[in-house]
Design a protein around this ligand. Structure first.
Ligand code: ZN
Ligand code: FE
Length: 253
């Protein structure tokens, strides 16, 4: 199967993603960060819209649902928590399959940033949409979940094939890299950080990334290896993750 992904920047640092199952022509938007931008991108592409796939309830992810649905008739597929801000059409949970034409998305429970956050993984194309759970060299802030839940969610994503293309919902990579360098001196990280800073100087995007690259350089996925650097030596992995998360929250880089 082939899934085409059209990525665009919107709001201050969000990415929007429109996808099309080439076998059927069916399309979806991953979240609705900005209804005006989503509708403008659809128009430029000449695409209709069949589905809205939400990752979590935050307004920069689901805030455009009503307007995009009204304009396109798209069906809203979302975790239950999205009903806090707007109605949905189909509630999904970890382990569910969402079919877009011939493309099957596996729903992966990814709570931690919000309690009900989910990711969407297309195994045939090895493409994952991870919302605000995993970022390039970072992870989302732990607003609602606890370290054990968030760490388990990150491990589910880390278990995907290494060549999985990972679409994160924000361009936070340069500031994530500055923090990562403060807790990790791995050569692979130094090399990547230099590439990230240079890319951002040129105004280029650093998303998408891959699972393999994140496993090698992301300080949150590397929390067990960095436990000593963040004062969590000998602690369980999720506590090392919690220590990295709080070091990032307090980092003044
Ligand atoms: Zn969020
Ligand atoms: Fe967000």
């Amino acid at each position: 199967m082939t899934l085409t992904v059209h990525q665009f920047a919107c709001l201050s640092d969000n990415y929007g993603f429109l996808v099309r199952d080439e076998a059927s022509g069916k399309t979806a938007t991953i979240d609705t960060p900005d209804a005006t931008a989503v509708l403008a991108e659809l128009k430029a592409l000449g695409w209709g819209l069949d589905m809205i796939l939400n990752t979590h309830w935050h307004p920069d992810h689901a805030g455009g649902n009503a307007e995009v649905k009204a304009a396109t008739g798209a069906v809203i597929v979302a975790p239950a928590e999205v009903t806090k801000i707007a109605p949905i059409d189909r509630e999904v949970h970890g382990g569910d399959i969402v079919q877009l034409g011939e493309t099957s998305f596996q729903v992966i429970e990814s709570g931690g940033h919000t309690l009900g956050h989910i990711s969407y993984f297309d195994p045939a194309d090895r493409i994952a949409f991870v919302g605000d759970t995993l970022f390039a060299l970072g992870c989302g802030r732990m607003f609602e979940g606890d370290p054990q839940q968030f760490w388990t969610s990150l491990q589910r994503l880390a278990a995907l094939p290494e060549d999985t293309t990972v679409y994160c919902a924000h361009e936070y990579t340069a500031s994530n890299a500055r923090f990562a360098l403060s807790v990790d001196d791995a050569p692979a990280l130094k090399k990547r950080a230099e590439e990230v800073f240079a890319a951002r100087e040129r105004g280029e995007w650093t998303v998408p990334t891959t699972i393999g690259l994140e496993k090698a350089t992301n300080p949150f996925l590397r929390a067990p290896q960095l436990a000593g650097a963040v004062g969590a030596a000998g602690k369980p992995d999720y506590e090392a993750f919690a220590a990295v998360r709080s070091a990032k929250d307090n980092f003044k880089g």
